[in-house]
Design a protein around this ligand. Structure first.
Ligand code: PEP
Ligand code: MG
Length: 756
């Protein structure tokens, strides 16, 4: 672009922005402001028409102001997303520019607007941080091409419009728009942790509000931007120097790359010379990156665009001085909202949180693990809630369905409170049986234990009525740290766990890393299929240093008390035997050092690979106890990845093939007198727990919150009857016994012998 053209473009654009700013400064009703903007834009751009279309709801755009089209069409003309050229701009978030609009595919003529006399059309999206707000259009009678400069100028106006919308500039008497952040919105995500809660929003990263977005002093703004970017670079370098976390280093390297990116800087400088303030320029680029994020499928690229978004937020905080400390006070009943959150940060908030809502996240993420330990309802994958929610907004979170109701209306509030009250009643029922042993009406005694992994889990031992910890996932302590814990730290943790458990048994499972559990400070093995890869005991035996440290720490932590240890992911006898050999060596070492040994040591194995179910009798005789890891066992049995949303719920646990397989394991353990338990997630689901006990399991380990509901159903159920129902369904050739069992439960409830 020539210097002269550049200067002309700058001054035109700046002039227009200056006029827009003056419009903002005048006290006026929302509609009057919109009218004025269309007038000014058409005037500055030399077009006959300028129109603003805004979203009425997710699918509908409405003509909200126009210069040039029939005034009677304002608030009357509506179109659906994707309909006509305007609808296409909105749907794809892309500019449409054409000299002859009626010749374009998808063109739709709106007779009430009188637009038939206009030929050329330029439409740009009005969007803010990835959120679509509407479309800004100019049209002319002459058939002509719009220049890049004109397109750019209209985009800048659209951006300022988006900012003004966010600030509520178009709300008021004769309002064109409803006030932002005031409407009820429902976010449908996925279940991270069950449970319901009501509370008020607390944003983990408070939103930065840009109030100053137009300037007529580009030099000062340029200097502000430069100074802020310099600060940013220093802080990123500092963070890099302070971290050892491989994942964090990757992110920070990406930050550094963007912070030094000439293209990014040049685009922002261009925006400033065209009349935007430094912060508006940052936000414009941030919005563009967010818009791109929506259409990018590549995970790596998405992560980098996400990094750019984070970096922009940092830069905005530096520029606006709006740090984490915004002066806002955390509500008494906070529901945390974040794009994502690390386990350390979540633990720091702790139990004071009523609920957590994340835009991203996954069921197996560390944040989800911590939320489960803290028994806080968690909804993940909600998308966009950080843009919509404001600190202090009322929110109801339904972790059972994976739904969050932001600013719910009266009907939702009433229905939701009824649900919470019913759950509270159920909790009372569970509390009343908490201290009783779980014995079924047919006289079977079932042991109910809990799964744990963090210190935060331990208080649940008393509150849930669990008889012990059937599975202590030791890897969680490794996962939430950013460096490998030392042996002394492990001794301290394990001994505190045993202290907290008192005389209740804790089964410590040695490190189960790999697959979905990647230690942040260990270089991830680049494997084609990590779930079938180098994980758990395979890592433990190939690199025995960590396993040795762990076994030694466990022996020391016991301080003479009984100790139970189990090995994860054993696929054949020799792996178990090698684990035992490591344990024997560790005992010998402790003896030599003169340390006190546990009063007794029991060692067992997880059964989570189908192969182990067919191991030799020798294995079943030697192993002191077995615990079925149903999560893994089921994924390998059905060849369906437990982390893959598409297939993880595809096969029913109550499928007769799977139940028959479990029955075979039970009978093999009976033959050798091996204690058998089941510790996968299914153990905590009442119907599944009922079927597992009906086919012969006598020990289950589950998340603490499930103990009440499971105990409740078991204490009301006749297992012999349920077993008969299962056998009949199987004999009839049913694929899953679920329907038959549910029908049976319905009939016994009808007989007044409630099984629920
Ligand atoms: C399992 O696989 O069922 C299990 C309990 O282990 P994890 O969920 O930790 O893999
Ligand atoms: Mg497992």
């Amino acid at each position: 672009m020539s210097d002269r053209r550049e200067r002309t473009r700058e001054s035109e654009s700046r002039k227009l922005l200056g006029r827009l700013r003056d419009t903002m400064a005048v006290e006026a009703a929302g509609q009057a402001r919109l009218d004025r903007i269309t007038h000014l834009t058409a005037d500055s751009m030399g077009t006959e028409v300028c129109s603003i279309y805004l979203f009425r709801d997710d699918e509908t755009l409405e003509l909200c102001a126009t210069e040039g089209l029939n005034a009677g069409a304002v608030h009357e003309t509506r179109m659906r997303l994707g309909e006509g050229l305007v609808g296409q701009v909105a749907r794809y978030g892309k500019v449409v520019s054409t000299p002859v609009a009626p010749a374009e595919p998808g063109f739709r003529y709106m007779p009430e607007t009188g637009e038939e006399i206009y030929s050329s059309f330029l439409g740009v999206p009005i969007q803010r941080l990835g959120e679509k707000l509407g479309v800004l259009v100019v049209q002319t009678r002459d058939s002509r091409d719009f220049t890049q400069d004109e397109i750019y100028a209209l985009e800048v106006v659209a951006m300022v419009l988006a900012e003004m919308t966010e600030l509520g500039a178009f709300v008021g008497e004769g309002a064109a728009l409803k006030a932002r952040h005031t409407q009820p919105v429902m976010f449908r995500g996925s279940v991270g942790q069950e449970g319901t809660a009501e509370g008020h929003i607390w944003l983990h990263e408070p939103r930065v509000v840009v109030t100053h977005f137009v300037t007529d002093d580009p030099e000062t703004e340029m200097a502000r931007l430069q100074a802020a970017v310099d600060d940013l670079r220093v802080s990123v370098d500092q963070l890099l120097a302070d971290t050892q976390d491989a994942e964090q280093i990757e992110v920070l390297e990406a930050y550094r790359m963007f912070a030094n990116s000439k293209g990014w800087m040049r685009r922002m400088e261009e925006d400033i010379s065209n009349g935007l303030s430094a912060e508006a320029a940052v936000e414009k680029e941030q919005s563009a990156a967010k818009a791109r994020l929506k259409s990018v499928a590549d995970t790596y690229l998405r992560e980098r665009l996400q990094d750019l978004d984070d970096l922009s937020n940092r830069l905005l905080r530096i520029l606006t001085g709006q740090g984490r400390e915004t002066g806002a006070e955390m509500p008494d009943d906070p529901v945390l909202v974040a794009r994502n959150i690390g386990p350390g940060d979540l633990l720091e908030y702790g139990r004071k949180l009523r609920g957590v809502i994340l835009e991203e996240g996954s069921v197996g993420s560390h944040a989800a693990i911590v939320a489960r330990a803290l028994a806080i309802p968690l909804v993940i994958n909600t998308g966009n809630i950080t843009n919509e929610a404001l600190n202090g907004d009322h929110v109801m979170i339904d972790g059972d369905q994976g739904i969050a109701h932001l600013r719910p209306d009266e009907t939702v509030v009433t229905a939701f409170r009824d649900k919470i009250a019913m759950q509270a009643q159920a909790q009372q029922r569970y509390a009343s049986i908490r201290d009783r042993a779980c014995v079924t009406p047919c006289g079977e005694r079932i042991e109910l234990h809990m799964n744990a992994g963090l210190m935060a889990d331990l208080p649940s031992l008393a509150s849930s009525g669990a008889e012990g910890v059937g599975l202590f996932r030791t890897e969680l302590q490794f996962l939430i740290r950013n460096k490998m814990p030392k042996r002394t730290e492990l001794v301290d943790i394990y001994s505190r766990v045993m202290d907290a458990a008192g005389d209740k048994r804790v089964v410590f499972r040695t490190l189960d890393i790999g697959s979905d559990k990647v230690l942040p400070y260990m270089k991830p093995a680049d494997e084609p299929n990590p779930a079938l890869g180098w994980r758990a005991i395979r890592v433990g035996l190939d690199k025995p240093g960590v396993m040795r440290m762990q076994l030694q720490a466990l022996l020391r932590a016991a301080k003479g008390r009984p100790l139970s240890v189990m090995f994860p992911f054993v696929a054949q006898y020799s792996e178990y035997a090698a684990g035992i050999a490591e344990m024997d060596k560790a005992i010998e070492r402790e003896k030599k050092l003169g340390h006190l040994l546990p009063e007794n040591i029991t060692t067992g194995s997880m059964l989570e690979t189908p192969a182990l179910a067919f191991a030799s009798r020798r294995f079943f005789s030697e192993v002191e106890f077995l615990s079925i890891g149903g999560n893994d066992l089921k994924q390998f049995f059905f060849a369906a990845d437990r982390e893959n949303e598409r297939v993880r719920r595809r096969y029913d646990t109550l499928n007769v093939s799977f139940l028959t397989f479990i029955e075979d394991i039970i009978s093999r353990c009976r033959e050798t007198g091996t204690h058998l338990s089941f510790c996968g997630e299914d153990a905590g689901r009442p119907i599944e727990a009922l079927c597992l006990t009906a086919i012969g399991l006598r020990s289950l380990s589950m998340r603490p919150a499930s103990i009440g509901p499971v105990k409740n159903i078991l204490m009301r159920s006749n297992l012999t009857e349920v077993k008969a129902v299962i056998d009949n369904a199987r004999n009839r050739g049913e694929q899953s016994v679920r329907a038959s069992v549910m029908e049976y439960l319905g009939s016994v409830t009808g007989r007044g012998n409630s099984a629920r």
